[in-house]
Design a protein around this ligand. Structure first.
Ligand code: ZN
Ligand code: ZN
Ligand code: ZN
Length: 484
């Protein structure tokens, strides 16, 4: 096995879970354990003409590759920076007459790269790509048939002069991508990538690390910055030397049995983490309110909530936001004094209500829901969970927009503290949050000195420049998530 150098983590045999990484020294919250550029990445089919294939930024006027007419770039700089990765792909696309689907393109890029540098990109890479797990043996019959079709398409597409591969090895590569590929999105899904070291970090529903995509600076178009598009594994808490490093592949806000089901379906393992084994917090996520409603009442409201959530989803898909708000209000009223504020159904409705009302610029009502939701989240999530930090940030902005500057500033400060750990001081979101913190601090000072002057200043400012609506697009806040 190829083992590279890394200061903060070492490879070890994690028993039934296979390989794993453990802390080589004591780690502090927010510490970057490693940063890693993606081994290979491609733009999703849907974004092929909208996103630069080199820097992955969304641009209006992209220039296409004159040869294959498939790849699109910002400009020459981007094209040149990417040519090494694109050159064989370009030839293959021309030979085939069109570009195959994203998973075929990614498999080919992975393989070209393996040939070029034996699956190792740097001496801090702990394992070569083709040594990763593939789980091909665990696939359902249906998935097997799909895999075989993909392998056939791949073999037509693949051109590497003398180097031929048998279908079995190609299946292995597809399997690796399926269970180790990370989808990276920056509010919009754009590419899938493979990060060999990250693949070694095992799952735990209550992890001690988090993974984040860090772009470095976004402003310059220089090719030297492309290498800064990388993931970082960051410690969420103090981790003692020798402890296993873990990340979560799923959101914690589900009952343990639901998380286990998802993990089994997508990643082919049975989660035996402490939180699943002992069903930790399942009771809180299902709790009824302190006023002790009858079992029948709880049952009735739970069923009603479930129905409402389906209706809300349908109305949201149709873009009928007033209808969404109507159902949310009705549902929240029924839940009052029956379901606890930590009940998953209640949290779900609070989250949608806050988001959609903000979008409709009804910040006052939205702020109330957002605050309740954050209180529930705080009792369920790890205190440094990135999703908790993002939810607190949105709640803070909503309060600020509603003119509730004291609470707003407090929430923004709280979110900043979490994001300093999960995203670090140089991440674009943390920087945005920092400028919001400064701004709200200023406004808070003004408010505390002279309340009425603050309100008239605010009204004048709003007349000049109305607040931009907060997106109601479903709020994909995960920077990096395992491919589903
Ligand atoms: Zn570009
Ligand atoms: Zn081309
Ligand atoms: Zn678990």
């Amino acid at each position: 096995m190829t083992v590279g150098n890394m200061e903060s983590a070492t490879l070890f045999d994690a028993g039934k879970k296979g390989r794993g990484l453990k802390a080589a020294k004591e780690l502090v919250p927010g510490e970057v354990i490693f940063a890693e550029p993606s081994f290979s990445a491609v733009v999703f089919d849907n974004f092929a003409t909208k996103v630069c294939h080199s820097c992955f930024r969304q641009q209006a006027n992209l220039h296409r590759c004159a040869q294959c007419k498939f790849a699109h770039y910002c400009d020459r700089t981007c094209q040149t920076a990417c040519w090494d990765e694109h050159k064989q792909e370009c030839g293959a696309i021309r030979k085939m007459g069109n570009a195959p689907a994203e998973n075929i393109r990614l498999a080919a890029r992975v393989l070209w790269r393996i040939h070029k540098n034996a699956g190792i990109m740097s001496d801090s890479q702990l394992i070569s790509v083709d040594q990763l797990e593939d789980h091909v043996a665990d696939l359902s019959e249906e998935a097997r048939t799909q895999l075989n079709a993909d392998v056939q398409t791949f073999l037509q597409f693949w051109s590497h002069g003398r180097k031929k591969h048998d279908p079995e090895y190609i299946s292995h590569i597809f399997g690796i991508i399926k269970c180790n590929g990370f989808t990276m999105s920056d509010q919009r899904a754009v590419r899938v990538g493979l990060f060999p070291n990250l693949c070694l970090v095992n799952h735990d529903c209550w992890p001690n690390c988090t993974v984040i995509l860090n772009h470095g600076t976004q402003t310059a178009l220089s090719s030297t910055l492309h290498s800064q598009r990388r993931i970082e594994l960051r410690a969420l808490e103090k981790i003692p030397e020798g402890a296993e490093l873990t990340v979560s592949y799923v959101d914690f806000l589900s009952l343990s049995s639901d998380r286990q089901k998802k993990l089994r379906e997508h990643f082919h393992f049975d989660c035996t983490c402490e939180h699943c084994a002992q069903h930790i917090k399942d009771d809180v996520m299902m709790a009824s309110s302190d006023s002790k409603p009858s079992a029948d009442k709880v049952k009735e409201v739970t069923a009603f909530s479930k129905e409402c959530l389906e209706k809300i989803e349908a109305a949201r898909l149709q873009g009928d936001f007033p209808e969404v708000v109507k159902i949310c209000r009705e549902c929240l009223e029924k839940q009052e004094n029956v379901l606890a504020d930590t009940h998953l159904y209640r949290l779900h409705v609070l989250s949608v209500a806050g988001e959609v009302l903000s979008f409709l610029q009804n910040f006052g009502e939205a702020a109330g829901y957002a605050e309740k939701m954050v209180e529930g989240y705080k009792r369920l999530y790890h205190p440094n969970n990135a999703l908790l930090g993002m939810a607190i940030m949105r709640a803070g902005v909503t309060h600020w927009h509603a003119g509730k500057i004291e609470v707003g500033h407090g929430l923004i400060c709280k979110a900043y503290g979490i994001l300093m750990v999960t995203h670090g001081p140089n991440h674009a979101i943390t920087r945005d949050l920092e400028s919001m913190r400064t701004q709200t601090e200023l406004e808070l000072k003004m408010f505390l000195q002279d309340e009425s002057a603050y309100h008239s200043m605010r009204e004048a400012a709003l007349k000049k420049k109305p607040l931009a609506p907060i997106s109601a697009g479903g709020g994909n806040v995960k920077d990096v998530s395992r491919k589903k």
